[in-house]
Design a protein around this ligand. Structure first.
Ligand SMILES: Cc1cc2nc3c(=O)[nH]c(=O)nc-3n(C[C@H](O)[C@H](O)[C@H](O)COP(=O)(O)OP(=O)(O)OC[C@H]3O[C@@H](n4cnc5c(N)ncnc54)[C@H](O)[C@@H]3O)c2cc1C
Length: 372
């Protein structure tokens, strides 16, 4: 292929990515905005909207091609949703992560059965890697146990919180082998299996409309077709930067809206808000920095260099801290009008804390940076 043809191909890829992110942004503004309060209140899990987003390509752009992957469009799409609703941005991350697992699996049976259906939103779901991610960094022990049986494994145990779930949904998680010391296996859990129970959670500070459940496994039979990786440790090493970088979309969207909120009250309150130490311009500079760093890292999620991994972890820490700082500043800029339950700024503050506590949480990220 000549160089002109190659560059046209690259343009085509960029154009289609841009149009996916634009379509997602249009859906966010028109169809998601009126639902955001109900999602926040927990009275709505926006299943239909998530499927529609799948139809316009929101869950497919980051799948690897020829050994490389580009997460930029997926992150921009999550950010567009996050500008309007943090809970939906989180569900978008869950779905994109599920796609990321299937697309990186080397199990041909699993890929044939699920990769397309996850990427198009025909099947929804998420990820139960918080406990394994904490266990890899010495914070807690693995909660799921499994043993080999004919044609697959039997798995038992419970995970306290897994999101974007419901009947017919799947999620990726990890068990420790009881029959082989040190063996850990990553698999897809089928929420419709009778051996899986979804236990409703007590109300949260935010994120109640995200289809979040406690999940119990009572000797669940996991057939070979649902095994993402027989050796979970190298698989997690491969997918971990993507797992973390996709979370950037939640932070970037939220920070953008916090800047918008500060601008909205500038006309009436700017004369006194200018005495606050943190101004929208500070967050605009911070956002530009974080966006540039995220987009650079997102082009190269399979980079195996230690310095790259450290950069991703440090960036994720800054994204969580900047989310909380931006929402805090937006609250102070809004004053009493932001203290009304109906004002979105207090929702943004509650959502911002989630960015900082979802795995890898601020404290885990700080431990990881100290340990590496
Ligand atoms: C709304 C919501 C959605 C989430 N969705 C997912 C998801 O989709 N996938 C996923 O893998 N993780 C999910 N999590 C978990 C999340 O990623 C973090 O692991 C969690 O917020 C705690 O992280 P931490 O590092 O601060 O741990 P810590 O809070 O410091 O410690 C966590 C451990 O403390 C114990 N614990 C503390 N409080 C409770 C409690 N009230 N009930 C039970 N155990 C408790 C548990 O053993 C737990 O493992 C979700 C959490 C929330 C709040």
């Amino acid at each position: 292929m000549g160089s002109l043809a190659v560059s046209r191909l690259a343009d085509d890829v960029d154009l289609s990515s841009a149009s996916i992110a634009d379509e997602v942004a249009a859906i966010a503004r028109k169809d998601l905005a009126p639902l955001a309060a109900a999602i926040d209140a927990g009275s709505l899990y926006p299943q239909d909207l998530l499927r529609r987003l799948g139809e316009v390509g929101a869950w497919g752009s980051h799948q690897p091609r020829n050994g490389a992957a580009d997460l930029r469009c997926a992150i921009q799409s999550i950010s567009a949703l996050g500008e309007v609703c943090g809970a939906t941005a989180f569900m978008a991350w869950c779905q994109n992560t599920l796609v990321w697992y299937a697309a990186n699996s080397d199990n041909p049976g699993l890929i044939a059965k699920f990769a397309d259906q996850f990427a198009t939103g025909q099947i929804l779901g998420g990820t139960g890697l918080s406990n394994p991610m904490k266990s890899f960094f010495g914070i807690e022990k693995l909660k799921l146990k499994g043993k080999k049986v004919d044609g697959g494994y039997l798995v038992r145990g419970a995970l306290p919180w897994v999101s974007n779930l419901g009947a017919g949904h799947f999620f990726g998680t990890i068990f420790e082998r009881e029959d082989e010391p040190g063996g850990i296996v990553m698999f897809l859990a089928d929420c419709s299996d009778p051996a899986v129970t979804l236990q409703p959670c007590k109300p949260f500070l935010a994120m109640d409309g995200t289809g979040t459940y406690g999940v119990q496994f009572r000797d669940l039979f996991v057939p070979d077709d649902l095994i993402l990786a027989e050796q979970a440790a190298p698989f997690v090493k491969k997918i971990r930067a993507g797992f973390i970088l996709l979370q950037a979309g939640m932070a970037l969207g939220l920070i953008k809206d916090c800047i918008a909120i500060m601008a909205e009250v500038d006309g009436s309150l700017g004369h006194v808000n200018r005495y606050l130490p943190q101004q929208p311009v500070h967050f605009q500079d911070l956002l530009s920095d974080l966006e540039a760093e995220t987009m650079a890292a997102a082009r190269d999620p399979f980079n195996t260099e230690d310095s790259y991994w450290r950069r991703v972890v440090a960036l994720r820490l800054r994204l969580g801290e900047a989310s909380v700082a931006a929402a805090h500043a937006a609250m102070l800029h809004c004053g009493a009008r932001g203290y009304l339950r109906s004002h979105r700024v207090q929702r943004r503050l509650r959502e911002a804390y989630f960015v900082a506590i979802v795995t890898p949480a601020t404290k885990q990220l700080r431990k990881m940076l100290q340990d590496t």
